[in-house]
Ligand binder design. Structure first.
Ligand code: CP
Length: 306
């Protein structure tokens, strides 16, 4: 496909091939290799309507390391502040002939909508509660580095599943790669439809992470909650925050992931987040650049062959 707006855009073999390509970029990045020219003459536009530290900077680095011209468009200082719509903005940018448009937006489906309006390739960098497919790819890359193979791993995705695009994309990609996925969280933060997703659902955290290889924590997305749904963060940590005592229920050698940004002391104890024998969190950030380089290189190769 020309776009990457959902983890469902990829078949298993395509994911494996992207992970292999990303591996080669991990090695080059670690050697601080010179810029490549796979995207020479191509233009990448970053269009982030929601805040980002990891995703935006890693797409920028990924584009530059592959030789692309990269433009970061800031909606706050754009004509959207004067009332221009999302679609008019995208069509305007499209007229400048970019090759790749990376979009983050608070509305589910925004990236797919834009993909129908522009000629270039659109990459979803997070759309509302819907999907964050490059996060799932970088998480798979981190797991492959930690365990060698993802097939057969038991992964507990814990916390605010209801508001998490990371959970949705990871669920799709992890199952595609043969992992067993559990969802763990309070009933208010696990969608009722989860029982149809081929997962085990747990509302008791200790039970939910018992014997798992991987605990993937999610940020409590208070900004997407209103009224009675907003939990007390102290109570949330007591029941669903990852601390040493709860983590002891997991398999020896368990690895802990978090997409960031973290709410320390809300969903995860600093003691675990900063323990590099257990935590893959910094590794996930490193893998983000390589995984996004692989996505950009693969989409650019399709443009070359079109
Ligand atoms: N994981 C993630 O998407 O982080 P940012 O919001 O910092 O991009």
């Amino acid at each position: 496909k020309r776009h990457f707006t959902s983890a469902t855009d990829l078949e298993r073999l395509e994911v494996l091939s992207l992970l292999d390509l990303a591996d080669s970029f991990v090695a080059l990045n670690r050697q601080k290799a010179k810029k490549l020219d796979l995207l020479k003459g191509r233009t990448l536009m970053n269009l982030f309507f929601e805040n980002s530290t990891r995703t935006q900077s890693s797409f920028e680095l990924a584009g530059k390391r592959l030789g692309a011209d990269v433009v970061n468009m800031s909606p706050r200082s754009s004509s959207m502040a004067k009332g221009e719509t999302l679609i008019d903005t995208a069509v305007t940018l499209n007229a400048m002939q970019p090759d790749l448009l990376v979009v983050r937006h608070a509305s589910s489906g925004a990236a797919s909508l834009l993909a129908q309006k522009v000629d270039c390739s659109v990459i979803n960098a997070g759309d509302g509660k819907h999907e964050h497919p490059t996060q799932a790819l970088l998480d798979a890359l981190s797991l492959r580095h930690a365990f060698g193979d993802i097939s057969g791993l038991s992964v507990a995705i814990c916390g605010d599943v209801a508001h998490s695009r990371v959970a949705r994309s990871n669920l799709i990609m992890l199952q595609m790669l043969g992992a067993h996925v559990r969802l763990v969280g309070p009933p208010t933060l696990i969608p009722g439809a989860a029982k149809n997703w081929g997962v085990e659902v747990f509302h008791d955290m200790r039970e939910g992470i018992t014997g798992v290889d991987v605990v993937m924590m999610l940020r409590l997305q208070l900004e997407r909650m209103t009224g009675a749904l907003v939990p007390s963060t102290r109570e949330y940590f007591r029941f669903y925050g990852l601390d040493r005592e709860k983590l002891a229920c997991a398999k020896p050698g368990v690895k802990v992931m978090h997409p960031g940004p973290m709410n320390r002391g809300v969903e995860i104890d600093s003691d675990i987040a900063d323990d590099l024998t257990v935590s893959l969190i910094q590794n996930q950030v490193e893998m983000g650049v390589a995984a996004r380089m692989a996505v950009l290189a693969s989409l650019a190769a399709r443009l070359d062959n079109a």
